[in-house]
Design a protein around this ligand. Structure first.
Ligand SMILES: [Zn+2]
Length: 416
């Protein structure tokens, strides 16, 4: 069995060990190990053995395995130098112990028990078995948790051979194993900030955690899922947020106190601008309807009973605007309209419903032809739309369509 140095010598960063076994999946078993194996929601330690990088450390059937990417060049009995990746270990200790304190305070302040823990790369979560904990309540828990950090109380680990012995401590959660139990207490055993069975690695005092920062809360299966970060990562998170707020404040010529109000004022202004813009669009469409109707019934022209094909390009109107324009036109004009939204490389083809007996089916026309011009589209018999990969494709499609339509109707009349 490997002597687990990380249990009693959590600050030991280097040691000499002897190789006890080598497995055919590139793993070493050592007589003593610095490296914590993945377990209890805490990721494994990493580091080097004789300067070879470890890929993973895990536990199987009570033994610790040190795995490498490739077969390691060792033999049983070799003495090897183990070096711990201390930055990674300390990061795990700060995060893991932060989770202890936050869970302990949720328990002591609200009676909520941590039923799930996740330590991800971007944040950690705990699932507290209380429904709908509000942010306001959670912020009180956050403050009390940070007060535990600032009081810099000892974090102690005690080992018990029997469950009954361990259960004399004020545990936050039931113990589920019978023997070889380690119990971690943050603060004095008589009145701890947290006390729970745990096999992970912890700093010797709470002050080393530095900071706990709550990020958000959401409902999860009738519980409250709390997102948070602790240690250096919590600090870096606040740095990132401060940079973001500073950049926003500069953009809005505000400071942290006035930023919210300035953003709201800008939103109100934008809302008014959007309303104005909508009014002008409607006016523009109204005028365009009139212009198109006037232009297609010039006094010099012979009055005509057959529909004309009107093609017009628009630089500043969207396909949605053209839809409104076409709707208004089809109510008062017997003509066929091909309206082009240049910015979107798209067009709309429209006519009044039942203009003339045997009027063309525009949806069918687009479906049958558009793919040959690298376009996509469809619609109903009196109104259809299509979008193209290029304006050249669109232009060719228009010429082709006009060619189809003028057979039986008046020649093309374009005002583009
Ligand atoms: Zn722990």
């Amino acid at each position: 069995m490997t002597l687990r140095l990380y249990q009693d010598h959590v600050y030991l960063k280097e040691c000499l060990s002897t190789v006890l076994a080598i497995t055919n999946d590139n793993c070493l078993v050592l007589n003593k190990s610095l490296f914590f194996p993945t377990g209890g929601g805490q990721p494994c330690d990493l580091g080097t053995i004789n300067d070879l990088l470890l890929a993973e450390v895990f536990e199987k059937s009570g033994e610790v395995y040190h795995r490498f990417q490739k077969a390691p060049p060792f033999k049983v009995g070799d003495e090897v130098t183990c070096k711990l990746d201390w930055d990674l270990r300390f990061d795990h200790m700060q995060r893991h112990c932060g989770e202890h304190i936050l869970s302990g305070i949720f328990f002591s302040m609200l009676g909520g028990v941590n039923r799930g823990f996740h330590m991800g790369n971007d944040y950690m979560t705990i699932d507290i078995d209380l429904p709908a904990v509000t942010m306001e309540t959670a912020l009180r828990v956050e403050l009390a948790s940070n007060e535990v950090i600032w009081s810099d109380v000892p974090v102690s680990v005690r080992y018990f051979s029997r469950r009954e012995e361990a259960e004399k401590l004020p545990l936050r959660k039931e113990i589920t194993v019978e023997k070889d139990i380690s119990v971690v207490c943050v603060g004095a055993e008589a009145n701890p900030a947290d006390c729970v069975a745990c096999c992970g690695t912890h700093p010797s005092t709470s002050g080393q955690i530095g900071l706990i920062k709550l990020l958000k809360i959401e409902n999860y299966k009738g519980m409250s899922r709390v997102y948070f970060e602790s240690g250096k990562r919590a600090f870096l998170h606040t740095v990132k947020e401060h940079q973001l707020i500073s950049a926003l404040a500069e953009k809005y010529s505000a400071d942290e106190n006035t930023l919210g109000a300035k953003i709201s004022a800008q939103e109100d202004k934008n809302q008014l601008l959007r309303q104005d813009l909508q009014k002008y669009r409607e006016l523009l469409i109204e005028r365009e309807v009139q212009a198109l109707c006037d232009a297609t019934s010039l006094p010099s022209e012979e009055p005509s009973s057959s529909p004309q094909v009107i093609v017009k390009e628009y630089e500043h109107l969207s396909l949605e605007d053209l839809q409104q324009l076409a709707k208004a036109l089809s109510a008062i004009s017997p003509n066929f309209f091909i309206l082009i939204a240049l910015n979107e490389k798209a067009l709309l083809i429209s006519r009044a419903i039942n203009t003339v007996p045997g009027a063309p089916d525009f949806g069918g026309l687009i479906k049958a032809n558009v793919a040959s011009f690298n376009g996509k589209g469809g619609g109903n018999s009196s109104s259809a739309r299509a979008a193209f990969q290029s304006l050249a494709d669109l232009d060719e499609f228009v010429q082709h369509t006009v060619g189809l339509l003028i057979d039986g109707v008046e020649p093309l009349k374009s005002f583009a």
